[in-house]
Ligand binder design. Sequence first.
Ligand code: SAH
Ligand code: SF4
Length: 426
Amino acid sequence: MNVYDGERMAELLAEQGISLAPEGEEADLVVLNTCHIREKAAEKVYSDIGRLRREDGTSPLIAVAGCVAQAEGEEIMKRAPAVSMVVGPQAYHRLPGMIAEAVDGRRAVDTDMPAEMKFDALPARRKVGPSAFLTVQEGCDKFCTYCVVPYTRGAEVSRPFKDLIEEAAKLVDAGAREITLLGQNVNAWMGEDSKGCSVGLDSLARELSKLADLHRIRYTTSHPNDMTEGLIAAHGELEKLMPFLHLPVQAGSDRVLKAMNRSHTRDSYLKILERVRAVRPDIALSGDFIVGFPGETDAEFEETLSLVDAVGYAQCFSFKYSPRPGTPAATMDGQVPVEVMDERLQRLQAALNRDQLAFNNASVGKRCSVLVERRGKYEGQWLGKSPWLQSVHFTGDAAIGDLVEVELTEAGGNSLAGRLLQAAHA
Ligand code: SAH
Ligand code: SF4
């Protein structure tokens, strides 16, 4: 989502005649787009600000954007005098005005969550890569006890159906062949279709499928409670909806899930995966995990490992619990020592890596499409993604944006090699 926001900010500033500084060259203005989800990510912004100081002691104009800006606005101003703008994720359409003021030496904080949608104030999409992001929903009302998102991104808001179809069409005109629909809880998206009927993400995907030059649709991140029957069924019906589902579970123990306020159980989660697999047997599954949530015992952690064994994920993200200021879990009893979290994370990641490699190995011999996203390291080599979101490299006659047919020939943990069967210039 931050990548998407970053692109939109760049487009907005381009309208003001501000262009991206070439890599390696010094910029006059630096926008640090930040993440507040874990402490490590949040602290990074302060070291980045320090690194921007030039040898003569001056700094470029610095704007801090994103969720650290939202959560720590005034504090950033105090702690980092080099920063002249702090702008939250719902207010970045106001950046041009803030920059004009900063040039005049005025510092400003804007962490409003205005009712009007920033998206309406952003320019049209003109140039994008073959795989593009499209934010359809923002914010979260779920209040998991460890998570800052409901505080930094605000309540759940869905962008209107019509706006999304229009933006998607512009993305396709601008070169996108794959669109990933984004939201903190993307499957909670709701809208009204052209007939005024209330619809969910499956209807949006169905409508997007009609865009002839759009070949692939993905969505992330989903919440188990919003996995509707319609969305599950769509995986069996829509050819363009890729066989990949990122569905975070966080933990395998019902007691921990309850303390996290996840509102799903181990069993209800597994049942969803079963239903998705029933309609789309080849679906690649992905998830997020937190180890060391306050009070998590060894036995409860073992339940996370047994859940991993039961699912057989294709890829996953896993994190050590990070106490976030203002969240209920931060002050809960039973905070887990960091050594214990380290050990649990290592064991979990060993299991996840094992399964990822197994999934990739099982793909060898398959024929599939690959959307070419960029050149590889070697002459004539191309990099792209399989339908199951695996990185695939191959050599041959292709171009960025092509959807080519490849036979997967060799697997590693993080990527696969393929043999080009048929080039199909898009
Ligand atoms: N809305 C999505 C997740 C958004 S946050 C969902 O509920 O599934 C992305 C991931 O960051 C979460 O899935 C969780 O695994 C991780 N995360 C969030 N808060 C965290 C914290 N305080 N410590 C460690 N990991 C955290
Ligand atoms: Fe955070 Fe996701 Fe829970 Fe919302 S549902 S509070 S974004 S972890």
